[in-house]
Design a protein around this ligand. Structure first.
Ligand SMILES: Cc1ncc(COP(=O)(O)O)c(C=O)c1O
Length: 460
């Protein structure tokens, strides 16, 4: 008999996982290796040391170690805000009149307001261990920058944040929080870097992109003594740290004798999705279970659904190593969509490989539909979701409505990655009927896709 399911299930501190899970260890084929653009050959771990902390570079390149111990100091901070609750969306189920059971893993219950803290704490810890003075980073919506500002303040590290200009202007309070924790925040493109100056010279009104902010942050890291660059998504190491989301979710569901038929997550660079699905994908890869895994991305920045699976730069300035991933081209400039954290041209190489191999599905949704789902959810479940997270809500609602039609009582799990209390410009635009949808045409996508580099002997 199924157990009574509470609205919110919290694991105890003792039950919190003590190890991260590395999905690559169970993949039949590894994601393609990253390429050093200087040599056109696969990068060695040492090639990454000028950019990343050494321990993180090792995690990045390690496709075989299945579990990594979470350092005690990291666990101690995790315990301040984790385990995060597994919630049952009873009110939403009722309103949709669906036989489906809808669960969500809520990661917004910490000051930073999102899942990003899970990797920020880990990355700041390794930077401190290496004796660095500080780190640099980019932030899109501001959640990652906020999370990292908290983590750096905890470990006593300097932090320079390049914040995508459109978000910087839309969300001044995000900047204020980062500064409260001691970070220095700059609107990107800025005139502090070669990369920023070049972009501004071509287009003084450029509203920025994650790709451009990454170029600036990397440039600052490699030209400043005692600094390294850290990234809040896309990378294998970030998915590793985020696996705590899925590990907790699976454990909590086991306590309820539940298992998801469908796992849904929003996809920006892929970190929350990669983390949420990790142990469920493990079951799929090892033939134990066969849940459907669904990525939801914005129609304005559709890397999975309309991108190509090719090697590309991770940044607009083309100074990072190249990764094989679904990409719209590193010079793609998404429209000023309100889900700042999903406006990235590429996708995690791990998720890209899984998608290419048919282990995952993806669909793209327009932002007005996403906000409709966000408002419906907020009214029923009393959490104001981040616009990014609301993509997953929309995906889960669509799946639940399909169940209503088919009469199937499927179990749906989605990732509610964060709260939207700093996204009121977006909610105001939606509430006042000023929000519109921009879906790029093929012609609009063509220039950046055509500019994807050819690499002799690897891709045309
Ligand atoms: C709340 C929230 N959810 C999701 C994302 C998307 O990032 P990722 O795909 O790495 O999880 C972001 C990125 O900024 C975010 O802030």
């Amino acid at each position: 008999m199924k157990k009574n399911v509470p609205h919110r299930l919290y694991l105890t501190e003792e039950q919190m996982p003590k190890q991260w899970y590395n999905l690559r260890a169970d993949m039949k084929e590894q994601p393609a290796p990253i390429i050093n653009p200087a040599t056109g050959k696969p990068a060695a771990v040492e090639d990454l040391y000028p950019v990343f902390c050494e321990e993180l570079a090792k995690q990045e390149m390690d496709g075989t170690t299945r579990y990594f111990d979470i350092p005690e100091e990291v666990l101690d901070i995790y315990k301040i805000y984790r385990p995060s609750p597994l919630c049952r969306a009873y009110n939403l189920e009722k309103a949709l009149d669906t036989p489906a059971k809808i669960y969500y893993k809520f990661e917004g219950n910490n000051t930073s307001g999102s899942h990003k803290l899970n990797s920020a704490v880990a990355q700041a810890y390794y930077a401190k261990q290496q004796g660095l003075k500080g780190v640099t980073t980019e932030t899109g919506a501001g959640q990652w920058g906020t999370a990292l500002a908290e983590a750096c303040s905890y470990f006593g590290l300097d932090l320079e944040v390049y914040m995508v200009k459109v978000s910087y202007n839309q969300k001044p309070f995000r900047k204020n929080i980062m500064e409260t924790f001691g970070a220095n925040v700059f609107a990107s493109p800025s005139d502090r870097t070669e990369a920023g100056r070049k972009i501004l010279a071509e287009d003084p009104e450029n509203s920025g992109s994650l790709g451009c902010a990454i170029s600036e942050a990397v440039e600052r890291a490699v030209t400043s003594d005692g600094y390294r660059y850290v990234l809040g998504s896309v990378l294998n190491q970030v998915l590793l740290h985020q696996s705590i989301i899925g590990l907790e979710a699976k454990q909590a569901m086991e306590l309820l004798d539940e298992y998801p038929d469908i796992v849904v997550g929003c996809a920006g660079g892929g970190s929350n999705l990669g983390g949420l699905i990790a142990p469920f994908m493990q079951d799929k890869l090892t033939g134990k279970r066969d849940p459907r895994i669904v990525a939801i991305e914005p129609a304005s920045c559709p890397s999975f659904t309309r991108g190509v699976y090719k090697y590309d730069f991770c940044d607009t300035g083309k100074i990072t190593p190249m990764a094989k991933m679904y990409t719209l081209g590193c010079t793609f400039k998404p429209s000023a969509n309100h889900a700042g954290g999903l406006r990235y041209h590429g996708m995690s190489p791990i998720l890209s490989k899984l998608y290419a191999d048919g282990y995952m599905e993806a669909s793209a949704v327009e932002q007005t539909k996403v906000f409709e789902a966000a408002v419906q959810f907020a009214k029923l479940e009393t959490i104001l979701p981040a616009p990014e997270s609301a993509h997953a809500i929309k995906g889960a609602i669509d799946e639940a409505l399909k169940c209503k039609e088919s009469g199937e009582a499927k179990t749906i799990l989605f990732g509610l990655t964060g709260t939207g209390y700093f996204d009121m410009t977006a909610y105001a635009a939606y509430n006042e009927g000023r929000m519109s949808d921009h879906i790029p045409t093929d012609e609009e996508l063509k220039p950046s896709m055509d500019a994807i580099p050819s690499i002799p002997g690897i891709q045309d």
